[in-house]
Design a protein around this ligand. Structure first.
Ligand code: T4K
Length: 367
């Protein structure tokens, strides 16, 4: 960069997040094995090891590692043979909805609880019709949904539940991973997630048959004899991605702890100001993967966003807009709470390499 005149101070940009990455030598050590074996994919040894180590770290019975979180959701819908309408939340990333549409189902929205930001169980029942086959709630920002109430509704109406747990690796309920709930839980290991494989996803179910089926779906529908016995596709994670997951997994506990401490530091300091609201938990412990701040008015949010941007700080408006407003792919629907919150919520930077000096600067600018 050419700087004319006086030496100009270059301030490094602060984004909403940055991937937590293990030391490069540790990753390249694992890649060395890939280079030696020449096995790059097809359920290789590192993918299997990543699955085993994830199960042990998160205390899961099983997990199927896949290409990404969107594929994980699609595979879950496919494995459960869902048809017709699926009730879900409008306060989410578009992948929750696109996976429903790609599997030939119709998303039907139930509005959110304005405090937890998760689907409101009281709003689910009124959306159930003869065509409803399932509910796909999202543990928004890793905050566990009201699982007992959702399960009761599903049981009474004979509906399946797939939790979109894209944000929720590391969220727990009484020491049990949130991924253990529902017929299936689907998560993401995208670069922006607490645990990343660059791109990647995982599917968890405690149903042994369903688990075997998901493994077949991931591999073109093949059984162990390479006969096609399932309507499958290619959802395989590669060895290169699994190696990154294995390297990063070693540091997952410290990443989780660091996130929690920074989240609580932000919260303690911003709560004092009295002008912001924060997501509430009602069930279990979240993983503090995002730091969402709810403003009183969109106008205030836009003002603060400009102030932060001027200092090279880039928070993100997750989730904006409320996905039900995407008229090119969805029929019009009215979800007043989600639409309102979406306009007034912004996630502040939160990641392992973010320093407390940087957090203090952000807090100062939020005053
Ligand atoms: N369900 C839910 C509820 C989800 O939120 C998501 C994905 C899914 C399902 C589907 O899971 P995947 O199929 O993606 O596995 C991100 C992610 O692409 C997406 O995974 C995530 N949710 C969504 C909430 O956010 P963006 O639009 O934030 O990405 P981007 O490029 O703006 O990145 C944000 C910041 O992160 C950048 O300012 C810099 C930093 N960054 C990003 C990347 C990609 C890095 O430092 N390195 C990187 O490689 O989408």
């Amino acid at each position: 960069m050419k700087v004319s005149g006086k030496q100009q101070k270059i301030i490094k940009p602060i984004y909403v997040t940055m991937p937590s990455l293990a030391p490069l030598e540790e990753y390249s050590g694992l890649l060395q094995k890939v280079w030696e074996s020449g096995i790059l994919t097809h359920n290789g040894p590192l993918v299997q090891k990543f699955e085993r180590e994830l199960c042990s770290a998160l205390k899961l019975n099983n997990i199927v590692a896949v290409t990404n979180g969107t594929i994980a959701l699609q595979m879950a819908i496919k494995a459960l043979r869902l048809k017709g309408e699926i009730i879900t939340t409008p306060f989410t990333w578009i992948a929750t909805i696109s996976s429903i549409i790609w599997e030939g189902c119709i998303p039907v929205f139930a509005d959110i609880n304005p405090e937890t930001l998760n689907i409101d169980p009281n709003k689910i029942e009124e959306k159930i019709t003869k065509k409803t086959s399932a509910i796909i709630p999202v543990h928004v920002f890793g905050n566990p949904c009201n699982v007992p109430e959702i399960e009761e509704i599903a049981k009474q109406n004979n509906l399946k539940i797939i939790y979109d747990a894209a944000h929720a690796v590391g969220s727990n309920v009484k020491g049990k991973s949130i991924l253990e709930f529902g017929d299936i839980s689907a998560t993401s290991f995208h670069a922006t997630k607490l645990l990343n494989t660059a791109e990647g996803g995982g599917i968890v179910t405690n149903d042994v048959e369903l688990h075997a089926k998901l493994k077949r779906i991931r591999f073109f529908g093949h059984n162990d004899n390479k006969e096609v016995i399932e309507d499958g596709f290619n959802g395989k994670m590669t060895e290169v991605h699994a190696a990154l997951g294995l390297a990063n997994l070693k540091y997952f506990k410290s990443v989780l702890q660091d996130r929690k401490e920074k989240y609580l530091y932000y919260r303690e300091n911003l709560e004092k100001l009295g002008s912001y609201y924060f997501q509430k938990s009602e069930f279990g412990e979240q993983n503090y993967s995002y730091f969402p701040v709810i403003f009183e008015r969109e106008k205030d949010l836009l003002k603060k966003e400009t102030i932060l941007n001027r200092k090279n700080i880039f928070p993100r408006r997750y989730f904006y807009p409320s996905v039900n407003v995407y008229r090119k792919i969805l029929k019009p629907s009215n979800l007043p709470i989600s639409e309102d919150i979406s306009k007034r919520i912004m996630c502040l930077p939160l990641y392992f390499n973010l320093s407390y000096e940087e957090i203090d600067l952000i807090i100062e600018l939020m005053k």
